[in-house]
Design a protein around this ligand. Sequence first.
Ligand SMILES: [Zn+2]
Length: 770
Amino acid sequence: MIVRRLANGLRVHAITQPGAKRAAALVRIETGSCHEPDAWPGLAHLLEHTLFAESARYRDQQRLMPWVQRQGGQLNATTRGEQTAFFFEVGSGRLADGLERLLDMLSAPAFPLAALQAETAAIDAEYGLLKRHGETLREAATLLACTGSPALHRFHVGSQATFGEDTQAIRAALRDFHQRHYHAGNMSLWLQGPQSEETLMALSAPWAQLPNGAEPFPIALPLAVEPRRMALKLAETPLLRLAFAVDNHPAIVEAAALLQGFIQDDAPGSLAQALGKQAPGARPALRQVLENPHTRILAIDLPCGEAAPESIAALFFDWLAQLQRQSPEIARHYATLARREFNAGSPLEQLRSRALMLGEAACSKAWRPLLQAITPDSLLRLYSTPRLDGQTVNSLGFRLEMGEYPSTSDVLPVTGWQFMDDHCPALSPTPLRSVELAQLTWQGAPAFLLGARLPDGQGLALQLVCAPLAAACRHYGGDMEFNCVDGEWLLSLSGPPLVMEWALDSVLNAFGQMTPETWRRGEIARARQEQQLMGEIALRALMAQLPALLGPPEDKPYWQAALMGGDDALRRQLAQRLSRLPWPLTRDKAPAPAASGHHYLPANNDEAAILLFCPAPDTLPASESAVRLLAALLAPDYFRQLRDELRVGYAVSCRFHQSAGCCGLLFMAQSAHFSAQTLLDITRTFLERAQPQLAALTPEDLAPLLAASGKPPSETPLIQAALTWQAHRRHGQASHDVPTPDTLYRLYRQILAEPARWLAVQNPQNSGVV
Ligand SMILES: [Zn+2]
């Protein structure tokens, strides 16, 4: 990484990521909700939203947002207490074009009145969603115990009520706030991609025009967290948060990232495994709650299950004491592992982590002092539970139900803590039997795949027994996951051949020892997931249930396996190990036809939410790539019409969706004031009215989308191998057909002609909407 300051004071960070296909940019402004004038709560957030509207040089479809969507890229922005950030990721060749748009929108925004109206409405809807968002409420409760800045506790999100109706006045306030804070000395630019660091640095040259304002840097004070004990009512699985403040110093931040690695480790004998006994499927985490120039506020979240929070705290401090006794070699091994996982992230994931979270881990000189500073008396304890009698307290504009922290504790079984190194255990003898194992050509590192359509409770039970083995496998230099990928539960495994063999052997051994008790833990995890989904915004809950609706699990699961790449010796070894799978393997089986019609799925019903899935007419590879393009073409218009013009609400999108062996267009929308039926009608009409636009498509319209190739960016090599295998089973070969305007239009007509195959999903009817 190289860091330079341009003449105007802008700090530029350039990071080369060899081999990346995409490149990302992030701008961080050292101004956030805490700096807005008292008269304008939510102004920083509104500014973040309205900067995406037109600017001096870019209007309509040329603006950053629709442009990035057309490139098949991704973008977003975030407003926090003390910072605001804008970021996007596109094909590496398009980074310069994106940067020009980003620079123009940050330096010369037009603030069109129509956009101000649309965005105040969008923020009002967003506020409505956040009021019920567990993580947001937990953060608001955490800040109750934070001191150092009175602005911390003010209303930050904004709403129609705080913005008012006078758009001229809003515009004047936005202009003033923008001019005051969005200047070069108050910003940093982060660039990451496959380009050399000098090439990336050269892309920042136009940013030297950015004015450096006379306004001084906003003054920040050190923050502190009071070691209080608080309880918050939240309709999700009980959780204990331990929060504390650390100095914002690079060595401390690196050490905190290392502690994050230890806390999230799921290997046998880990903290995560001990907590998993109390709450199957829930994972501990370390997060950053707040950052200012002096201080970072960090939180360790520990799932409690039915155990009292004080018992969980005691368990954590017991583990921490053991961690302090570990050698520097162990700490360095965990740091190496954490960096390996960090480096596997996409350019944008890495930039977001560097600029907005903890970034890369290291066993820095602050490692021991950090551990020593975390003591039972120094931490805020915030227990959240659905079962609480509380009183309403306001924080950041949210109504929190706060109650008494339970001081009781019960004795949990003593845990034998273990910390891993990179030494893979010896292999058990190879079985003499062997099974047939398909081997596919694959350019990436060899990957073994084993999958079946299972009911979620069973899949989760197997995932729970896999988890510690997968974590151990990562310590040994391999990579293993057991996940639901597009509706299919998949074991995916890569790494050095001996580690692959060890991992497969261990997993099949664990599968062979499943008991009624281990299966039951899967059901507990499923129930917890369902409960969690009810707390999510409705669209997310519907989306999570879509794959199972499209391709329900088989009555009698059949397992399929393949080796992607690798040599014959590896295939033979794995085929012998695979003979110990306790369930029958199948070679080929056609997927069942997808579901269609109108369905109700359980989800939070404060707002109406719908999904409309329009499947491709067949599973041919050409149709799949055409649907990808069609989705990318329709997405910006759908978003504009529903969110900006009809103002249905905050969450609206159109995208390519693939699961359970079929792919198609997926529309989703959520609204506080339109009914599900109306949302579906609007969506169907939108699709019908796209006809003239799609009939008039030219090859030039498709060129940027084709260049972006449409593949989602943040897939790990293992997931890529899994998706390739799934595609192979669907159509037998990869696609090389390039869609043309003609094939796209024909596909669109076919989709339109078969509404009987469409799948409409909604949450239970809400009576309060029209
Ligand atoms: Zn927002």
